[in-house]
Ligand binder design. Structure first.
Ligand SMILES: Cc1cc2nc3c(=O)[nH]c(=O)nc-3n(C[C@H](O)[C@H](O)[C@H](O)COP(=O)(O)OP(=O)(O)OC[C@H]3O[C@@H](n4cnc5c(N)ncnc54)[C@H](O)[C@@H]3O)c2cc1C
Length: 345
C-alpha cells in the first residue's frame, strides 16, 4: 500500500488527504496549527475565507484558467460533500452581481471582463425579479444572476474533511523539511512513498516565490425580522468591491479587502468603515445588524496570482491558491493526482 505524507492540513492538505484516502492509501498529515484554531491570527487562510464558489464572477480577477478550473471544481464539490456525509453547508443556488444605478457604466466595464460561455453568462434581472429574489436589497438596484455558482461554509467544511478522512493526523506539528519521500517534524524524519507539500504561505521558498495578500472580513448578525439573504451578492463598484455571503445560522459575512501587505494585525478602521458602509448602501437593514466578529488572513499568492502544481518523483507541491482556494482546490486535487500517476515514484 502507498504511504503518503502531507505537509499542511489547511484546505489543500485536507482535500489531498481525502483523495489519497479514497485511493486506499495510508495517509499521514503533519499540520503546524491546532485542530480547531479559533480566532488565531496565523491559522490556515481557509478558516477565514468566505467560501464563495464563483467561477464566472472570479473571471475578472483570475481570467479563463480560473473559470475553467472553477467549473471543474464546482462539478466535484457535490461528490466531496457526499464523501463527508453532507456534514457541511454547500449551496449551489447561484450568486448575484449588483450595482447602484449611478455606477452602471463602471459595472458594465467590470462585466466586460466576465465572459464565460453563453450558458454561464450573467443574466440581467429586472428590478422586480431582483426584489423577489433578495427582498433585503435596496429597491431599484441593477442586478445580474449567475445561476451556476455556489458557496459553502468553510469552517464546517474543514472539520468535515478532517473527520471523514481516516489518516494519521498530527496537529501542532510544524514540518521543518520537505523532501521527495520524506518529511521532518517534531515526529522526527519520516519516510513515505510520496509527499504532498500543501503548506500555503509556509511553503515559501526559492522555487515558490509566494507573498501573502491581506484580507479582512466581518461577520454580522442581522437584526431580528430583517429579510434573510439567500445567496452571495457582490457589489460592482468603482472603488469598493464588497460581497455579502450568508451563513447557515443566519449570520452574514461581509468581505473582503485585498491589500498587498503581510500585516496580520486586527482589521483597520478604514477597512471596517468602507466594507460595512458599502454593504449598508445595498442592504439598508444592516444598519441595525450587530458585528459578531472580524477576522484577517493572508492569501498565499504567486507573482501571476495563479495556482501551481510542481511534481518531481516522490514530491508534489501545490500552492498559490490566492483568493480562489475553495473555488479551485478540487480541480487541483484531481490534477495533482494525475501528475503523480504520470511521474515515477
Ligand atoms: C479574507 C479571505 C476571503 C477568502 N474568500 C475566499 C472565497 O470566497 N472563495 C475562495 O475560493 N477562496 C477564498 N479565499 C482564499 C482561500 O482561503 C485560500 O486560497 C486557501 O485557503 C489556500 O489554501 P491552502 O491550503 O493553500 O492554504 P491554507 O488554507 O492557508 O493552509 C495552509 C496550511 O499549512 C499549514 N502550515 C504552514 N506551514 C507549515 C509547516 N511548516 N508545517 C506544517 N503545516 C504548515 C498552515 O498552518 C495551514 O493550516 C479567501 C481568503 C481570505 C484571506
Amino acid at each position: 500500500m502507498m504511504r503518503i505524507g502531507i505537509a499542511g492540513g489547511g484546505l489543500m492538505g485536507r482535500l489531498m488527504a481525502l483523495w489519497c484516502g479514497q485511493q486506499g492509501w495510508e495517509v499521514s498529515v503533519r499540520e503546524a496549527g491546532p485542530p480547531d484554531p479559533a480566532n488565531m491570527t496565523d491559522r490556515a487562510a481557509a478558516f477565514t475565507s468566505a467560501g464563495m464558489l464563483s467561477p464566472a464572477a472570479e473571471m475578472e480577477a483570475g481570467g479563463p484558467r480560473v473559470y475553467e478550473m472553477g467549473l471543474r471544481s464546482l462539478a466535484l464539490w457535490p461528490g466531496i460533500h457526499r464523501a463527508c456525509g453532507a456534514r457541511f453547508d454547500l449551496r449551489l443556488s447561484g450568486s448575484l452581481l449588483i450595482s447602484h444605478p449611478t455606477d452602471r457604466s463602471s459595472a458594465d466595464r467590470i462585466l466586460r471582463h466576465i465572459q464565460p460561455s453563453a450558458e454561464h453568462a450573467p443574466q440581467p434581472l429586472s428590478h422586480e425579479e431582483l426584489a423577489r429574489m433578495e427582498p433585503a436589497l435596496k429597491p431599484r438596484l441593477c442586478g445580474w444572476l449567475l445561476p451556476h455558482e455556489g458557496h459553502l461554509f468553510p469552517i464546517e467544511a474543514l472539520a468535515a474533511l478532517r473527520d471523514s478522512t481516516p489518516a494519521d493526523w498530527a496537529f501542532d506539528c510544524p514540518v521543518t523539511r520537505v523532501a521527495p519521500g520524506a518529511l521532518e517534524s517534531s515526529r522526527g524524519l519520516e519516510q513515505f512513498d510520496w509527499v504532498f507539500d500543501c503548506r500555503g504561505l509556509g511553503g515559501r521558498g526559492q522555487d515558490m516565490p509566494l507573498r501573502g495578500v491581506r484580507g479582512e472580513i466581518f461577520t454580522l448578525r442581522p437584526a431580528s425580522g430583517s429579510p434573510p439573504i439567500g445567496r452571495p451578492i457582490r457589489l460592482l463598484h468603482p472603488r469598493w468591491r464588497v460581497y455579502l455571503v450568508p451563513r447557515p445560522d443566519g449570520h452574514l459575512v461581509v468581505g473582503a479587502t485585498e491589500i498587498e501587505s503581510e500585516d496580520r494585525s486586527a482589521p483597520s478602521v478604514q477597512s471596517c468603515l468602507e466594507l460595512l458602509s458599502a454593504a449598508f448602501s445595498v442592504v439598508p437593514s444592516l444598519a441595525e445588524a450587530r458585528i459578531v466578529s472580524s477576522d484577517i488572513n493572508l492569501r498565499p499568492a504567486l507573482p501571476d496570482n495563479l495556482p501551481v502544481i510542481q511534481t518531481q518523483p516522490g514530491l508534489t507541491r501545490i500552492n498559490g491558491l490566492f483568493r480562489h482556494g475553495w473555488l479551485l482546490a478540487p480541480a487541483l486535487m484531481e490534477d495533482a493526482g494525475r501528475a503523480m500517476a504520470c511521474s515515477p515514484a
